[in-house]
Ligand binder design. Sequence first.
Ligand code: IMP
Length: 184
Amino acid sequence: MSHANIHKDFPVLFTEQEIAHRTAEIGRQIDHDYQGKSVVLVGVLKGAAIFLADLSRRITIDCTFDFVAVSSYGKGQKTSGAVKMIKDLDQPIEGKNIIIVEDILDTGLTLCFLRSLFEQHKPCSMRIAALLDKPSRRLEKIEADYVGFKIPNHFVVGYGMDYAERFRNVPDIRLMPPGYPELH
Ligand code: IMP
């Protein structure tokens, strides 16, 4: 069954323009904070791919990309609690300035896991850029250094974020109606 266009009924939380505007502001902040330095943007697949693509084009300092993949949510809206590395870094980060780029900081389990793992590789510095922050859901003590928008406890899709792998290609960020049926 095709799920094309069903998101049209989901309410828009942030428009493409709002996201672009905020992303440009974060890019300017990063340029300011890392003047004369190089930075490695470490995207957390798959959700952060679109944010990283757009944010990186609003950064003018010397930068390279790397990506990791971790297991977080299954097919639905609930987290399993356990975080597992599925794809590791390609390049060593020792002595580098890294910015972990994430779509949503939710319970904090994913970023806590990555932060302690990366710390063992002795980067020169490590910061976190999260497009969305759901502070009310936090289980771990962790904050992002750069936050696009703080949001209440709603499940969202679009702009890289999925429900059962769908809706990542929706250009804006939309609220997933509660009790939405499982997709296959
Ligand atoms: P955390 O480990 O609970 O902080 O979860 C972070 C990950 O859960 C994010 O990178 C997303 O992939 C996923 N996630 C959390 N909330 C949402 C949501 O509202 N929509 C889609 N994915 C979400």
